[in-house]
Write a protein that binds this ligand. Structure first.
Ligand code: NAP
Ligand code: MG
Length: 486
């Protein structure tokens, strides 16, 4: 934060919110971390207009120049790690370990990756093709090249769980490809994103290339999505908000990248290495209190190992330390807000009323402050239980038993989501056979490890388009075909 406090960035100027400022609350202590600017609708429009003005010159910069600026921004972020880590920790409530290892360094890695991305080929050569004569033109060999063009102004709208990582995953490839951006972080934890904007400004991105707007309610995001200056919306967040954005964007054909909700199935077969399966599934509790879209929150366990899986998970849940995220041995921190805790508790209640058995957790830990939910396990669930069909975005795992492979696939495919599923088995042929039948964008076989060069995104209601590696870069481009005789 500069002497002026946390500010918006519009057309290269750091400014206060015209609608004032609002408190950002630490989810563990319930104290105020800082005040975020409240942008007016006119300021959102000014930011989009500045991005549109900056686009023609920025889109013509040399890739080397864009790469250098992205690398410089990564250097400056690294220099400000000591300021960013406590800030991101306080506003997200993430444990210190998660903040130090994932929240801040991943953001820097993404900028480094897309600095290289700026230098990836923007031309796809095609072999000449023999075309017959038509009323339009003489026949003969036609040459062709496909040129990747930037889309224009990209609105980048992100959720609260990994504020600067999510934002870096959008800004990095969008800028590398020659687009300009207006970023709108989630209302709960936008402070580090405003510092991020400050860093990009200092790194020397020309005025208007990067703009940052924040606000406490949906008005700023809605105004951005509706703006005539915006050519593409890159959104990560919940499915209902994605649907609302899609409806508005369709009106003037804005390009969409939508990374939405998930309800990851973890299919555990009788031959699975149960230690691996249980440790991987326990990451739902142990990693950012389950506020992760990819988590294996919905365990589908074969009858032969069902009891062992439930017992193993119950034992794991009981061993995780819940509490102050600043203590080095804390594993489970708070949820982002009282509202989010209320949602999680209501869905646990619904799950129990619809026949789920409470095996672990289910209540709040005995702590004086903070929006905590204990690691919770609901077993013996029917596939149509609300707790099996809906997303918690909290530290809750549900377990459904199954008999055979076809049933496992049917249960796994039985939600509206299709983001990330997991298969635990010793039989690789079965793992591949099952993966092919899963209607999901990503399948992890015996692991929750990711490959960041692989395309990431959802089938069904989990989204449209793909992030990740060069796929993520290409998401921010339009294809232009150029043809010639010869
Ligand atoms: P959210 O409620 O959908 O909000 C996400 C962002 O959208 C916020 O910045 C929000 O700001 C904004 N927003 C809300 N309504 C809007 C509208 N009509 N037009 C434009 N912007 C609008 O999501 P969340 O609660 O922050 O995050 C949790 C969700 O994100 C979960 O569903 C999770 O699965 C999903 N997620 C998905 C991925 C993925 O990669 N697939 C990754 C992480 C999280 P306001 O609230 O101020 O409007
Ligand atoms: Mg919201």
């Amino acid at each position: 934060m500069s002497a002026q406090g946390y500010q918006l960035l519009i057309g290269g100027e750091r400014v206060d919110g015209e609608a004032g400022a609002y408190d950002i609350v630490n989810p563990a202590t319930e104290t105020v971390v800082g005040r975020a600017p409240e942008a007016s609708v006119a300021q959102v429009e000014a930011a989009a207009s500045a991005a549109a003005d900056a686009f023609p010159a920025w889109s013509r910069t040399k890739p080397e120049e864009r790469a250098e600026l992205l690398n410089r921004a990564a250097d400056l972020l690294r220099d400000r790690m000591d300021e960013l880590i406590p800030l991101v920790q306080a506003e997200t409530g993430a444990t210190l370990r998660t903040t130090k290892t994932m929240q801040v360094p991943t953001c820097i890695e993404r900028f480094r990756r897309y600095a290289k991305g700026a230098l990836e080929p923007a031309h796809i050569p095609l072999p000449p093709s023999e075309m017959p004569a038509t009323a339009l033109a003489a026949g003969g060999l036609m040459g062709a090249v496909v040129v990747r063009q930037p889309v224009g102004v990209v609105a980048c709208i992100t959720p609260y769980n990994f504020p600067i990582v999510n934002m870096a995953g959008k800004i990095g490839p969008a800028l590398a490809m020659g687009n300009t951006v207006v970023v709108k972080p989630a209302p709960q934890d936008p402070l580090a994103v405003t510092v991020f904007g400050e860093v990009l400004h200092e790194a020397g991105f020309p005025a208007g290339v990067v703009n940052v707007v924040t606000g406490s309610g949906p008005e700023s995001g809605q105004a951005l999505v509706a703006s005539k200056h915006v050519d593409m919306v890159s959104f990560t967040g919940s499915t209902p908000v994605g649907q609302a954005i899609g409806a508005v964007a369709g009106h003037d054909m804005k390009r969409l990248l939508l990374e939405l909700g998930g309800k990851g199935a973890g299919i555990v077969f009788d031959d699975a290495d149960l230690k691996t399966a249980i440790a991987t599934i326990s990451s739902v509790w142990a990693f950012h209190s389950g506020q992760i879209c990819t988590a294996p929150t919905r365990v589908i366990a074969q009858r032969g190992v069902y009891d062992q899986v439930v017992a193993g998970l119950a034992q794991a849940a009981g061993h995780l330390k819940v509490g102050d995220p600043l203590e080095p041995d804390t594993v489970v921190g708070p949820l982002i807000s009282e509202v989010q805790r209320g949602r999680v508790e209501a869905l646990v209640q619904a799950g129990l009323e619809q026949g789920g058995e409470l095996v672990a957790g289910g209540s709040r830990p005995d702590l004086a402050t903070g929006f905590y939910v204990q690691p919770t396990l609901l077993a013996g669930c029917k596939p149509d239980n609300a707790a099996v069909l809906q997303e918690f975005f909290g530290p809750v795992v549900v377990v459904v038993p199954f008999d055979d492979e076809d049933e496992a696939v049917a249960v796994a495919n039985g939600t509206e989501f299709g983001l990330y599923d997991y298969v635990f088995t010793a039989d690789t042929a079965r793992a591949m056979r099952v993966a092919r039948q899963l209607r999901t964008g990503n399948v992890g076989i015996n692991t929750a490890q990711r490959n960041h060069e692989a395309p990431f995104g959802g089938f069904k209601m989990s989204g449209v388009g793909r992030d990740g590696g060069s796929f993520g870069l290409h998401a921010y481009s339009e294809l232009q075909s150029v043809v010639w005789p010869g």
